[in-house]
Design a protein around this ligand. Structure first.
Ligand code: FE2
Ligand code: FE2
Length: 318
């Protein structure tokens, strides 16, 4: 649909200049966060979860005119840097099967419905019988980014196959799930911020792709976050912080967020970004987190209980 201007393009505040100022970038990011991470939107994404347990339905993507994607649709990022960010995102997204099966194992005993949502169902012989909805939606991301890369460069690349830290249970499955879940929320949050930031720096069909990616990540982040608040109501902000940066734990190797962040920023070639790009990404992280905390304060025990009431029997096993 080459002649259709998407609503996104109409709203693009930066379309008349190719090198926006810091304040224009921040305005644009605020606009996108308000549009895609409004409190009501986040509630809708979370409220959708019990329905998805009963009848999993993949969120459809809008039609994207892939052939129309071109380098002129990048705004305010050096195209070499943009391409290296794309490669970093490709390497971070793959291999989704490893991620979903690890999460499924952490959830399986404690919350079978959530386990099915993330990783599907597995037969007695260990074979996957059905894909999880999270995997169905996430597995579109790497191919989409690869398509963007080859459209922009005329070259095909293959993702680096990283080894995923697998399922490493201790004798406390509840703690294991808490730690694992927190890192899942953190990675969905990181992806949300990155794709929103890329949306703010692109236009037209290129921005359409990041819009779809961002919406998927926001959807998953809201669901995992809400589930986490419901399943671990007693956990304080201080404990969360401690878990994320913990260095003394025996689980250090698999759970240190700082290490994960450093690796991710290395993959995204952060050291060669312009100051403007660095500042706007940090602004995006801060603004999105601010919005999530406002939303978080509306997640009362009563609200969550009403929302997840169909899983009361599963809850008792937590
Ligand atoms: Fe993703
Ligand atoms: Fe994700």
């Amino acid at each position: 649909m080459p002649n259709v201007i998407s609503p996104f393009t109409e709203n693009l505040a930066d379309q008349t200049y190719s090198q926006p100022h810091q304040s224009q970038n921040q305005h644009r990011i605020r606009f996108l966060v308000d549009q895609y991470l409004g409190i009501e939107k986040l509630h809708q994404r979370l409220q959708d979860l019990p329905l998805q347990f009963q009848n999993p339905q993949q969120r459809p993507w809008k039609l994207i005119d892939w052939k129309a994607i071109n380098l002129n649709q990048i705004i305010g990022i050096n195209s070499e840097i943009f391409l290296s960010i794309l490669v970093g995102a490709i390497d971070t997204e793959a291999p989704i099967r490893g991620y979903t099966q690890t999460s499924r194992q952490y959830l399986e005993r404690l919350h079978p419905q959530m386990a099915r949502f993330v990783g599907g169902t597995v037969g007695e012989d260990g074979n996957l019988l059905e894909l999880g909805l999270w995997e169905k939606e996430e597995r579109q991301h790497t191919p989409a980014l690869l398509k963007v890369y080859s459209q922009l460069t005329g070259e095909k690349i293959t993702p680096k196959l990283r080894t995923v830290r697998g399922y490493l249970p201790t004798n406390d499955p509840y703690q294991d799930l808490y730690r694992h879940g927190l890192h899942r929320v953190a990675t969905e949050y990181g992806a949300t911020c990155l794709y929103l930031w890329l949306m703010a720096h692109t236009t037209g069909e290129l921005a359409d792709v990041f819009e779809e990616l961002a919406q998927d990540e926001i959807n998953h982040m809201a669901k995992f976050w809400g589930f986490g608040v419901w399943a671990f109501p007693e956990i304080s902000l201080v404990q969360i912080g401690r878990t994320l940066i913990k260095t003394r734990s025996q689980n250090y190797q698999r759970n240190n967020l700082i290490r994960t962040l450093r690796r991710m920023m290395g993959t995204l070639n952060w050291h060669s970004w312009s100051l403007n790009n660095k500042v706007t990404l940090l602004f995006t992280f801060t603004y999105v987190m601010h919005r999530l905390w406002s939303w978080n304060s509306t997640l009362t025990p009563k609200y969550l209980q009403d929302l997840f009431v169909i899983r009361n029997d599963a809850r008792t096993s937590l």
